[in-house]
Each structure stands twice: as structure tokens, then as C-alpha cells.
Ligand binder design. Structure first.
Ligand code: NAD
Length: 477
């Protein structure tokens, strides 16, 4: 199987014992490639390789680390079109969204190339005469990165780049559904001069490889993005082995629309937040909380805009919403559509398309309450509850009434209400007149409650997670 895409372990491209087919959810006949499936043995080998490479990588000049990261960013930019097409084929984002995600990965590598040189520290006077204090940051050693399918190149990039910049060796375990982008990233890092063992890729099942990394005593930290259910298990596993852990998980993100909002702006913000990227964003707006005075006009316009979205093959230039990532995910979404009707909502859209591939139309659940399961559980598809409220106070209370706390938003023309919402929203990210999804890469990303645990990702704060603080006292005599 010469065209088998292999794992990267200790600088060698290694076949696993099994092989996975990577198929296009738009066109199931389109076989993107055959990918090696590793297991516990490959995870063990990757930990050993990373452990051997980590001290050397920690000791090199930060210029060497910066150069590798910058070259990787340059190569992602050069390959943007090919990476975008691969991403659209394996995950289903539209080509424009996929190109944008690949661009984001390049921007992240370039940003952390700079951070490798800005490795922070502090020098302070001691409270004792003649003593100096240095607060230093050191790499952790071997770090395991476990990533989901919905941003198959950006999330591996936003974990790998700061981890390498800080001087750690890395093992990336990408989602089973989307190994292609992670494999392409591994090829790029190898070509960019990342030394053998510093970046390792092990593809395959989370229950085998992910669990092996979580349980391994030589892995110092795990950074995970994925579902709350898996995240809880990883947190428990990391507690058992006393590992540093960072979890980014699900959301049930509220978007409040007040009666004084610009109606067209609010409709565009909600259309984007709920349905772009097929709603498969942890920051997607899945609860649209609408003040009574604008409710009917807003619903009429949003329903028309949602029904007009062109759903189809992401490689077609006029497609606005691609497929659901897999048949399994689609049947889960359709089950929630059925549940919404059972719970008493008027359901608009949410039908499977009568063609091959995992396609559905966007779904709105009108007349929803915040107590319904469709308003409390993460669906992770193009489905949004519309919840009518009397005023701002009720809107804020409903927005905050969730176990999650990733992103929240408000559409309003009122400075008073925008300011009050920014202050009182219980979410890690708050948007005013902007969709709940769509963030910058140079500022912190993360949430509260069941959405996040551990330090923030992205921006300079990401370096906190990937380093350990050492406080050194020196008496010079
Ligand atoms: P998932 O939890 O099923 O899988 C995520 C990763 O964990 C995959 O690589 C998987 O193989 C691995 N895994 C599965 N079982 C494991 C185990 N027992 N031990 C270790 N690893 C294991 O999530 P998914 O379906 O790939 O992604 C969708 C989820 O990701 C949604 O809940 C979404 O909200 C979340 N997400 C969150 C963010 C964020 O930053 N908060 C961003 C993107 C996606």
C-alpha cells in the first residue's frame, strides 16, 4: 500500500497494524485516502520518541524554534489552496471557509514564531538583602494534543504552535474522521525542519491512542478539544496521573436579539452564527433569545434567509452550507429535529436532502423554551432554538441559564444593554453585534463551566499552559 498515509514517530513514517478509509461526506464514493491507524503500541513509541527529543528541543536557541514555526506557516500559506480543498473534502466546510481555516493555521504558526523569541520571565528584588529572584518559564516536556474533527487544521495548529514555541515535544492525536489535514500538517512540519521526535503524529481511535497518552506517566500534559463527555473522562485520567490538563469542550451559546437591534444586522449575525460551517462550531449560536417586540419580524426574515441558504457540495463555488461531517452526526441531528417537534416546537427546515451525501437543511425550532432538551444539550449541527423573552432582564437570565459558558452575544443599539450584557454574561467570550462564532487568533480563546477547564488557548496566554513556572532565589554574597 504505497499510497498509505502513515504516522510520524521519531522522524519515521510508520504504518500501523490497521488502515482507515477517509471518505468525503458530500460524495461517499470519493475516497480521500487510506490512513494508518495506530494503537497503544504506536502511542508508546511516540511517547518514547518525544521523550528522547524533548531535552534537545528545549535547549536549542529560541531562534531555531522560531525559524521552524515561521517556515511551517510559510508552507501552509503556499499550500493554502490544496489544504483548503482537502479540508472541504474531508470535513465538509465550504471551500471559502476551508481556505480561511488553512490561512488561520498559517497565521497561528507565524504568531507563535514570534512568541518563541518572547519567552517571558521576570526579575524582582527579594524582600531579603542581597537576594535576587528570577521567575522563569520552562517547557513541560512531552505534551499530548487530542483534537476534534470540526477544525481539522486550525485546532492542531493552535495547540502545536505554542507547545513547540515553548520548547515541548508533541504527540498529536487528531480526530478519526479527519486525519488528512493533520497528516498534511505533519508533512509540513517535517519539511520545515522540525527535528525527529519533536512533532509526532499518531492517527486512530481516541479510546486507544488518546487513553494511552492520558494514562502514560511520561506525558506531562494533555491539551484536549472535543465533547464534554470525553473531556470529563480525560480530566479524571489526568488527575489519576497528576498531569496538567486543558479542556475545550462544547457549548450551547446564546445570541440575544433586543427589540432595538438593527433587524438586518441581527438576521445576518444569527444566520452566520447558527448555520455557517454547517453549525459545526463549538461557538455556534444554538439559542436565539429574541425580545417580544422584534420576535415576529426577526423570525420571518431569518426563516426566509435560512431557507434560501444554498446547501450542497462544498467545492461548488455558490455553496453556502456544506454537508454534515458524517452519517452518524447527521442521524443525531435529525433525532434532535424529531425531539424538537415532540417537545412542542414548530420546526422549520431540518430535512435530509434527497441526494447522496450527508446533507440536511438548516433547522429552526420556533416557540422553544430554555427548559427543553433541544435548548440545553449541544446538538453540534445546523439547528437553533428560538426562545421568545419579554425584556433584557429575562434575556440575560435565559442566556446565563446553561451548564456551558463558551461564547455569548447580543444584538442591540443600546450602549446601556450592550455594556450590561458584556459585564453580566457568564461566558468566556462575549460578542456585541457580532456572531458568537468567529474569533481572532492573537487574543485568549476559551469558556467557563462545562465548556472549558484549565488555561486559555490562543494569544500570548496559551504559553501559560505549555510552560511550568520556576522561581529561583540567588544570594550573591
Ligand atoms: P470527541 O470528544 O468525540 O473527540 C475529540 C477527540 O477525542 C478525538 O480525537 C477523539 O478520537 C478523542 N477521544 C475520543 N475518546 C477518547 C478517550 N476515551 N480518550 C482520549 N481521547 C478520546 O469530539 P468530536 O466529535 O471530535 O468534536 C466535536 C466536539 O468538540 C463538540 O462537542 C464541540 O463543541 C467540541 N469542540 C470544542 C471546541 C472548543 O474550543 N471549546 C472547539 C471545537 C470543537
Amino acid at each position: 500500500m504505497s499510497d498509505l498515509k502513515r504516522n510520524l514517530i521519531g522522524g519515521e513514517w510508520v504504518a500501523g497494524t490497521r488502515v482507515s478509509e477517509n471518505r468525503n461526506p458530500s460524495t461517499p464514493d470519493d475516497l480521500i485516502g487510506l490512513y494508518a491507524r495506530g494503537g497503544a503500541a504506536e502511542a508508546e513509541a511516540a511517547v518514547a520518541a518525544a521523550g528522547a527529543a524533548a531535552p534537545g528541543w528545549a535547549a536549542v536557541s529560541p531562534q531555531v524554534r522560531a525559524d521552524v514555526l515561521r517556515r511551517a506557516g510559510d508552507m501552509i500559506l503556499t499550500q493554502n489552496e490544496a489544504l483548503g480543498r482537502l479540508l472541504a473534502r474531508e470535513e465538509g466546510k465550504t471551500l471559502a471557509e476551508a481556505r480561511g481555516e488553512a490561512l488561520r493555521a498559517a497565521q497561528l504558526f507565524h504568531f507563535y514564531a514570534g512568541e518563541a523569541l518572547r519567552h517571558p520571565g521576570e526579575k524582582l528584588n527579594s524582600i531579603r538583602d542581597g537576594v535576587e529572584v528570577d521567575v522563569m518559564r520552562e517547557p513541560l516536556g512531552v505534551v499530548g494534543l487530542i483534537t476534534p474533527w470540526n477544525f481539522p487544521i486550525a485546532i492542531p495548529a493552535w495547540k502545536t504552535a505554542p507547545a513547540l514555541a515553548a520548547g515541548n515535544a508533541v504527540i498529536l492525536k487528531p480526530a478519526d474522521l479527519t486525519p488528512g489535514c493533520a497528516h498534511a500538517l505533519a508533512e509540513i512540519l517535517a519539511a520545515a525542519g522540525c527535528p525527529a521526535g519533536v512533532f509526532n503524529l499518531v492517527m486512530g481511535r481516541g479510546s486507544e491512542i488518546g487513553a494511552a497518552l492520558v494514562d502514560h506517566p511520561d506525558v506531562a500534559a494533555i491539551s484536549f478539544t472535543g465533547s464534554e463527555r470525553v473531556g470529563r473522562g480525560i480530566a479524571a485520567g489526568c488527575a489519576a496521573t497528576m498531569k496538567k490538563v486543558q479542556l475545550e469542550m462544547g457549548g450551547k451559546n446564546p445570541m440575544v436579539v433586543l427589540a432595538d437591534a438593527d433587524l438586518d444586522l441581527a438576521v445576518n449575525v444569527c444566520l452566520n452564527g447558527a448555520f455557517f460551517s454547517t453549525g459545526q462550531r463549538c461557538t455556534a449560536s444554538s439559542r436565539l433569545i429574541v425580545e417580544a417586540g422584534i420576535h415576529d419580524a426577526f423570525v420571518e426574515k431569518l426563516a426566509a434567509a435560512a431557507a434560501a441558504l444554498r446547501v450542497g457540495d462544498p467545492l461548488e463555488p455558490d455553496t453556502q452550507m456544506g454537508p454534515v461531517v458524517s452519517e452518524g452526526q447527521l442521524s443525531g441531528n435529525l433525532e434532535y429535529v424529531r425531539l424538537a417537534a415532540e417537545e412542542g416546537c414548530e420546526v422549520l427546515g431540518g430535512q435530509r436532502l434527497n441526494r447522496s451525501g450527508s446533507f440536511q437543511t438548516p433547522a429552526l425550532f420556533l416557540g422553544a423554551t430554555n427548559a427543553m432538551r433541544v435548548s440545553r444539550e449541544e446538538i453540534f449541527g445546523p439547528c437553533a432554538s428560538v426562545i421568545r423573552v419579554a425584556d433584557f432582564d429575562e434575556a440575560l437570565a435565559v442566556a446565563n441559564d446553561t451548564a456551558f459558558g463558551l461564547s455569548s452575544g447580543i444584538c442591540t443599539g443600546s450602549l446601556k444593554h450592550a455594556t450590561a450584557f458584556r459585564r453580566r454574561s457568564k461566558a468566556g467570550m462575549v460578542m456585541v453585534n457580532l456572531p458568537t462564532a468567529g474569533v481572532d487568533y492573537h487574543v485568549p480563546f476559551g469558556g467557563r463551566g462545562a465548556s472549558s477547564l484549565g488555561g486559555r488557548e490562543q494569544g500570548r496566554m496559551a504559553m501559560d499552559f505549555y510552560t511550568s513556572v520556576k522561581t529561583a532565589y540567588t544570594f550573591a554574597g
